[in-house]
Design a protein around this ligand. Sequence first.
Ligand code: ADP
Ligand code: MG
Length: 235
Amino acid sequence: PTPAAPLLTARHLRARYGGFTALDGVDLDLSPGRITAVVGPNGAGKSTLFHCLAGTLRPARGTVRLGGRDITALPAHARSRLGVARTFQQLAVFPSLTVAENVRVGAEQGRVPHPGAVERMLRLLGLDGPLRALPAAGLPTGTLRRVELARLLAGGPRVLLLDEPAAGLDSAEVTALARVLKALAADGTALLVVEHDLDLVAGLADVVHVMTAGRIVASGPPGHVLDALGTAAGP
Ligand code: ADP
Ligand code: MG
């Protein structure tokens, strides 16, 4: 089948911190039903790109469009209302609310309030058992990441941006996360995964972009791109 037209497009993005250019002419397309990964060493500019797409950093140059609409000047909360959801480096859950209540808040803040979304997302993330009634405070990090994701997803995002979603997860949790992300893509969500865990990306992404020093230096299907990286890295 022909891939769907891109939903979120970034063109010629440049970002600076003072005199330092952290992004230097980056183009990126995110399409419904596709998982796009951005990999690269620490300091490559992955998080900076993520912030430009999420609206937490205004690029010095370039544009971000959502479904053809120029959203470059929109702050993060306005993008979120248009269906661009993002994870946070710091966990964003309400500690005093239960797991299910946290997810309900997400549904209420969503783009299109969807009555079935809370239960569907609790199930998808394996939070529909006894866990659902527990306060978030005190739950292990891996569980809280699932709560955070369920909360975001209950809002029905069209685009989901994830910065290092595997950080702090054990290998069973990474496998479960990959399954969830694939299910979301199959539902038509456009996903971006910024990650330096190449193993996660290899089994997950439809397309991988490699960033170095603020530029995308290679792009393609994971087998192709990651093999080339392995070769370049030597034994
Ligand atoms: P990555 O996520 O790939 O590790 P970042 O986007 O976080 O890379 O950072 C890219 C570059 O920009 C790095 O050299 C980093 O030190 C620098 N940088 C990131 N954030 C800031 C900031 N707030 N102020 C100054 N420099 C920053
Ligand atoms: Mg980063």
